[in-house]
Write a protein that binds this ligand. Structure first.
Ligand code: GLN
Length: 547
């Protein structure tokens, strides 16, 4: 029988519910269980595809091309379960399918209501994940208990717990223990939060208390007494200065996984957390740092390029260096006379050792990115272009190497004489084009002898896409002749998937998004090699200077 673990949150948002749920997933996988992760998002959007990165952070793309909430990225970094469209359930999707059924007359004229119709649809979707070969399905319920929006999801959880029995379905509730002036830790918000859960008909089995410090035995007893939870089921997620990836080990040391296994009636088994311990060893043995300039347009919000930042961190673990993120709003470079003042060693705060241009849509900031690409190319500074960042390399090459002054993507200039990046439909001469998005997993073939091949150590690469525009084949020959290397193509050779600079330490652009598949315990190979190239170049330069 499948087991369900519902992870809810109380008191306030941003307590790290996604990381707590993922960490529990990692621990249960360490015990040899197959774990599925599901996010219930109480917003009415059908998916995150149309949401602004300014407001909602990154859109995380799955293999099957679903544009989901960035929490799925957390699941992917901590656990190994397959993630698809089905692992993200939004209020919008649930209502959409209930209303569609109602229109088709499938409710036989009955009154369609939140309970049971909406809740049944939520339950159906949650159970659909469990139907596969999952031992345990961890269901994270977005929002905070007490919010109007999350009520149907909590009600569905209550019904599943009731129908499947406590041994098959658990409630894990995350709360906050604040510390007031004078240093005292306060349990009252937690007591109230659990009361709100009880009002929804759910008695939490396990509490994870976010607190500035590890809670001592007496305070855990007090919380237990007020909330009907066993004292040994009260855990602390204390503030750490290391990395969120230490959290699985912090929970392990408190025996969270053992308590969960006992409660769901799974016999205790050997725990293999070696990859996590190895990762923490890498973390504490990093020496020196590298500064990576990320030139993009959504720089003010940390979450907009979440997977890129995480993948850089993973690459630093693999390469034994701390990666310092230097977030540069590309409009600053656009406005500057010479990017040297922002990127070069004379810049305020120091220059950058490598440049990454991430994905993006729309014209704003593009000129600054092109300047950054030209700067990295001519200064022989390692450069990594992802999706838009690769297209930028091609535009820079067209303008500054081939001297086509107006070279551009038709996304930014419809009338350019040199559309080096354009929609596929434009390339094959279709008049009416909507510009369909290429989404999800697809295959690329790396040419041997390239950085791309060296990274993956194989020709056939599977990564995820999210873009409309493509390298224009009409310019392929001239680009190659002038020295731009095409290092990856689609299996039929029809589309360019990656380009590289030759006579340069490391300049690679890829049309796909390798950041989505990077893990702290296994950095994505391109990110790993980019950081290694940056590190090696920095070290050799230091020797020359100290020489
Ligand atoms: N805007 C570009 C395109 O649609 C790049 C997209 C991206 O970087 N994800 O092709």
């Amino acid at each position: 029988m499948n087991k369900f673990i519902f992870v809810s949150g109380g008191v306030c948002s941003s307590l790290g519910k996604g990381v707590a749920a993922s960490s529990l997933g990692a621990l249960l996988e360490g015990r040899g269980l197959n774990v599925g992760m599901v996010k219930c998002d109480p917003y009415i959007n059908v998916d995150a595809g149309t949401m602004s990165p300014y407001q909602h952070g990154e859109v995380y793309v799955t293999d099957d091309g679903a544009e989901t909430d960035l929490d799925l990225g957390n699941y992917a970094r901590f656990t190994n379960g397959r993630l698809s469209q089905d692992n993200s359930i939004t209020t919008g999707q649930v209502y959409e399918s209930v209303i569609r059924k109602e229109r088709k007359g499938e409710y036989l004229g009955r009154c369609v209501q939140v309970i049971p119709h909406i809740t049944d649809e939520i339950k159906r979707r949650i159970r659909a994940i469990a139907d596969s070969d999952m031992d345990v399905v961890i269901v994270e319920i977005g929002g905070t208990v007490g919010d109007i929006e999350s009520v149907p999801f909590l009600e569905a959880a209550r019904q599943i717990i009731h129908e499947h029995g406590k041994i098959n379905a658990l409630s894990v509730h995350l709360t906050l223990i604040p510390q007031v002036a004078g240093g005292e830790l306060k349990t009252k918000p937690t007591q109230h939060s659990v009361k709100s859960m009880q009002e929804q008909g759910i008695q939490p089995d396990i509490l994870i208390c976010r607190a500035p410090v590890m809670l001592d035995e007496s305070i855990r007893r007090k919380i237990a007494l007020f909330t009907n939870v066993d004292p040994e089921s009260v855990f602390t997620s204390y503030d750490i200065s290391s990395t969120i990836y230490e959290i699985p080990l912090i929970f392990f040391e408190q025996k969270l996984d053992q308590v969960v296994l006992k409660k769901i009636g799974v016999e205790s088994r050997h725990a293999d957390l070696k990859p996590w311990y190895t990762m923490m060893k890498q973390f504490s043995s990093r020496k020196g740092n590298v500064r990576i300039g990320i030139v993009g347009k959504y720089m003010d919000l940390h979450d907009s390029y979440k997977s890129v930042y995480e993948a850089l961190f993973h690459a630093g673990l693999a390469g034994g260096v701390e990666v310092e993120l230097v977030k540069i709003d590309s409009s600053r470079i656009e406005e500057s006379e010479n990017p040297d003042g922002i990127l070069g060693s004379g810049a305020v705060g120091g220059g950058v050792d490598g440049i990454l241009v991430p994905g993006g849509f729309g014209q704003r900031g593009v000129e600054g990115m092109i300047k950054s690409s030209a700067w990295a190319r001519t200064h022989k500074v390692p450069y990594f272009g992802i999706c838009l960042g690769m297209q930028i390399m091609v535009i820079d090459w067209g303008r500054n190497v081939l001297d086509w002054e107006d070279a551009d993507s038709t996304e930014f200039n419809k009338n350019t004489e040199h559309p080096v990046i354009s929609l596929l439909e434009e390339q094959i001469g279709i008049k009416e084009y909507g510009g369909t998005m290429r989404l999800g997993k697809s295959e690329s073939v790396a040419e041997s002898g390239t950085h791309l091949f060296a990274a993956y150590q194989k020709a056939h690469i599977f990564e995820r896409h999210r873009h409309r525009y493509e390298f224009s084949n009409a310019y392929r020959e001239e680009m190659i002749k002038s020295g731009l290397r095409i290092s990856g193509v689609t299996p039929d050779g029809s589309l360019v998937e990656a380009v590289e600079w030759t006579d340069h330490p490391w300049g690679v652009g890829v049309q796909f998004h390798p950041e989505f598949k990077s893990k702290p315990t296994a950095a994505n190979p391109l990110f790993r090699d980019f950081i290694a190239a940056v590190r090696d170049r920095k070290q050799s330069q230091t020797y020359i200077q100290e020489g």
